[in-house]
Design a protein around this ligand. Structure first.
Ligand SMILES: Cc1cc2c(cc1C)N(C[C@H](O)[C@H](O)[C@H](O)COP(=O)(O)O)c1[nH]c(=O)[nH]c(=O)c1N2
Length: 223
């Protein structure tokens, strides 16, 4: 019998575990495969519920979810992306700019729903448990919410793409964000028929996944 407020922590069933790992490994960043079909409200609320269940420093839940469906707002964000993307391409060495220009890096106007997940840096007051020695833990918490949403979207068969090639100031202006609120993630959400079986950047020859073993150190960095 578990103590009050606790419940057994045993592993999930084989099928449940397989589903969790499947969502993790088959989650993809989607840019180009969005269908125009609407996302219904129940589905959207399940996805936002997953995001809202994320861990957060001091339980401060610093996020807000701005739901964007209007053509007018999406067009403005698309124009902001275009300007930033032109700057971005020019930052790469000449030999990579051709491939960069061919990459599809957003689905802002194709996706029926866009979401901006923000971090309110003032939530919970000036002193927050767990954020006392690392001011950015509120931003990390918000990133956890994004990942929860991304995994839930995969389980629901919904595509999600993160667009970060945007100037914060443009997003702040378009979405009317107050100064203490940071736009952490601009996301495109929509139904999809197919997903890449590997990161699209890998499929297109831009980058590859590093082997897991190369990421693991023993005891200290470098060992
Ligand atoms: C913080 C952050 C920001 C971005 C991304 C991801 C993350 C975590 N990614 C998606 C990224 O390219 C992708 O996750 C990796 O290439 C791995 O592919 P899968 O997500 O496994 O499909 C991304 N992709 C894109 O086309 N345009 C973008 O602006 C961004 N920005």
């Amino acid at each position: 019998m578990a103590a009050d407020g606790l419940k057994p922590a045993g592993p999930f069933s084989d099928a449940e575990r397989a589903a969790v790992y499947r969502a993790i490994h088959e989650r993809r960043d989607v840019r180009g495969q969005f269908l125009p079909d609407p996302i219904d409200d129940d589905l959207l609320m399940r996805l936002l519920g997953a995001a809202h269940a994320a861990p957060s420093v001091g339980l401060m839940q610093p996020w807000n979810f701005i739901v964007i469906r209007s053509d007018a707002v999406r067009q403005q964000v698309r124009a902001a992306f275009q300007a930033a993307n032109d700057e971005a391409r020019a930052m790469f060495p000449d030999e990579k700019q051709g491939l960069y220009a061919q990459l599809k890096l957003e689905g802002i106007t194709e996706a029926p729903v866009n979401l901006c997940i923000t971090c309110d840096r003032s939530r919970g007051g000036p002193v927050v448990l767990g954020r006392t020695h690392n001011r950015d833990t509120d931003l990390y918490s918000t990133a956890c919410a994004v990942q929860n949403l991304w995994l839930a979207a995969r389980a629901e068969g919904v595509g999600l793409g993160w667009v970060s090639i945007l100037r914060d100031d443009d997003l702040r202006r378009i979405l009317n964000l107050p100064d203490h609120v940071v736009p952490v993630a601009y996301l495109c959400l929509g139904h999809v028929r197919e997903l890449y079986d590997q990161p699209e950047l890998q499929a297109r020859g831009w980058a590859g996944r590093h082997p897991l073993q190369a990421m693991i150190h023993n005891e200290t960095w470098g060992d």
